[in-house]
Design a protein around this ligand. Structure first.
Ligand code: BTN
Length: 322
């Protein structure tokens, strides 16, 4: 009922909604309505309560609850089911558990704060409360295993496009899936998957975005290499709105990818946003160090390097760009 009351307040944002009308609508007492209003105020909603007039929503807080994300979300699949938690170890870990117990395709797991945020290659991901987007999507794509890297690239293109639009500055993608503004990282993506024989049956796409941090809020070791949407755009953002935009763009690109039956259109968009192609790269691959000029990504999503000993493909690596 709290979510319903919020919906009504939103729909009447410029006027007062009388307590009487709310009681009638939900068939409960004034005290019950007042209790929900108080809960909403405690969550950070600014609600004007005036005797003989009723309630009016003045502003909504920057929180990543299911109600805030759902409001105005226009997807068909992604985020239709939302698990929003104040604090947990890692949204990827919870999403993997939920995926195992049958949670549907497109489920969004999101937290305000992660105590054990996971980065790629066993690194930790700084995920403080109140400032960033720490979320994971459960996807059930039925793709051949070889196509798995493409899914991460689809996510990177979607996030990159949205962050560019919002910041008013070009966000670049560093292969495979870091999103940077002028060489400082704003977003990282960690894809983890489960497969049966040669088919991927479920994928967890974990997306971490620095949204509202100011420079001093980053720990020393990140201050020179990380940035946030707020630092780049010069204004704070309502995180739930950013989540909506990402879900909508990701769904659009993912549907294109699935319907088109080919990675080609995404590959082109990825190349347009790349800050890796045309630069010299050191790639720390599981098979050792490879250096060369990044010239392409192939039709499977691998990075193509022109090295001293000819063209070589990199499927999985941490890269440094010079
Ligand atoms: C990277 O190293 O660049 C990947 C970082 C991915 C971080 C996100 S935050 C949400 C999700 N949950 C995690 O524990 N990690 C990912």
């Amino acid at each position: 009922m709290k979510e319903q009351i919020l919906k009504m307040l939103r729909a009447n944002q410029n006027e007062y909604l009388s307590g009487e009308e709310l009681c009638r609508r939900f068939n409960v007492s004034r005290t019950a309505i007042w209790k929900h209003i108080k809960d909403l105020q405690e969550e950070g909603y600014e609600i004007d309560a005036v005797r003989n007039k009723g309630y009016r929503l003045v502003s909504a807080p920057d929180i990543v609850t299911a109600a805030e994300i759902r409001e105005g979300l226009s997807t068909r699949r992604l985020g239709q089911h939302i698990v929003a938690v104040k604090e947990l170890d890692s949204t990827n870990v919870l999403a993997a558990k939920l995926a195992e117990t049958g949670e549907p395709d497109g489920t969004l797991v999101i937290a305000d704060c992660q105590t054990g945020g996971k980065g790629r290659r066993g690194k930790a991901w700084f995920s403080p409360p109140g400032t960033g987007i720490w979320m994971s999507l459960i996807l059930r794509p039925h793709l051949p295993l070889a196509q798995a890297p493409q899914l991460t690239l689809v996510a990177a293109v979607a996030v990159g496009q949205v962050l560019s639009d919002l910041a008013g500055h070009r966000a670049g993608i560093k292969w495979p899936n870091d999103i940077l503004f002028e060489d400082r990282k704003c977003c990282g993506i960690l894809t983890e998957m489960n497969m049966e024989s040669e088919e991927i049956t479920r994928v967890i796409v974990g997306i971490g975005i620095n949204v509202n941090q100011t420079e001093i809020e980053f720990p020393d070791e990140l201050r020179d290499i990380a940035t946030s949407l707020r630092i780049v755009a010069g204004r704070p953002f309502h995180r739930a709105k950013v989540v909506q935009r990402i879900l909508e763009r990701f769904e659009l690109l993912y549907d294109q990818y699935a319907e088109y039956g080919s990675f080609a259109p995404i590959r082109e968009q990825w190349k347009q946003q790349s800050i890796t192609l045309g630069r010299y790269v050191s790639a720390h691959t599981p098979r050792g160090l490879l250096t060369g000029l990044a010239v392409d990504i192939d039709e499977m999503g691998a990075l193509v390097l022109e090295t001293d000993s000819g063209r070589q493909k990199v499927y999985s690596a941490d890269i440094q760009v010079s």
